[in-house]
Design a protein around this ligand. Structure first.
Ligand code: IMP
Ligand code: MG
Length: 183
């Protein structure tokens, strides 16, 4: 398949500076992470994979198909960015999961951790619902955040650039790129 990033974008959109993580690199890392997650849980665990929309949708879809345990999937929608490149600091829950968290082994799946505001708000909210365990699985981590809880699984340390693709957007564009690029 063609790797020319410009084929995925319109001329009106900003040009990507470079590909940061290729499709193949992402694929290999997602397989490793799924293996680690599979090994971290036992037959008695009722796993609930909670994806943070929209950014995690592709990562989550690839990840859960490689986790060899029974599990359920649900989603949360939290908004903090609007259409900007920086977090507004105000995290709103626009959609809440219908699945019960109580007694479950919850894996919160996040696309990228930047300021950490989203996670620092959501973790206490989910903990209050009494999960058996609550772990964070993030594809990317910029390593700038002061997090109240560190993620148990991280795909890649990310450069401190604005990244798009593989679910990540800038103003709702670029989510469908099969690789991760820098704007
Ligand atoms: P935080 O609350 O600052 O950690 O930001 C978390 C959310 O902001 C992520 O779930 C993303 O949706 C978005 N975000 C943070 N950094 C980037 C980026 O580099 N590209 C695209 N979205 C980002
Ligand atoms: Mg976003």
């Amino acid at each position: 398949m063609s790797k020319d990033p410009s084929l995925f974008t319109r001329q009106t959109e900003r040009e990507l500076k470079r590909i940061v993580f290729s499709r193949e690199e992402i694929r290999a890392r997602v397989l490793q992470m799924a293996g680690e997650i599979t090994n971290a849980y036992g037959p008695g665990d009722e796993i609930l994979v909670l994806g943070l929309l929209k950014g995690s949708f592709i990562f989550l879809a690839d990840l859960v198909r490689e986790i060899q345990r029974p599990l359920q999937v649900d989603f949360l929608v939290a908004s903090s960015y609007g259409n900007a490149m920086r977090s507004s600091g105000d995290v709103r829950l626009l959609y809440d999961s219908e699945a019960s968290v109580k007694g479950r082994s919850v894996i919160l799946v996040e696309d990228i951790i930047d300021s950490g505001t989203t996670l620092n708000r959501l973790v206490p909210l989910l903990e209050a619902r009494g999960p058996r365990t609550l772990e964070i699985c993030a594809l990317l981590h910029k390593r700038v955040a002061a997090l109240d809880r560190e993620p148990r699984w991280v795909g890649f340390d990310a450069p401190r650039e604005f990244l798009v693709g593989y679910g990540l957007d800038y103003s709702e564009n670029y989510r469908h790129l099969p690789f991760i690029g820098s704007l």
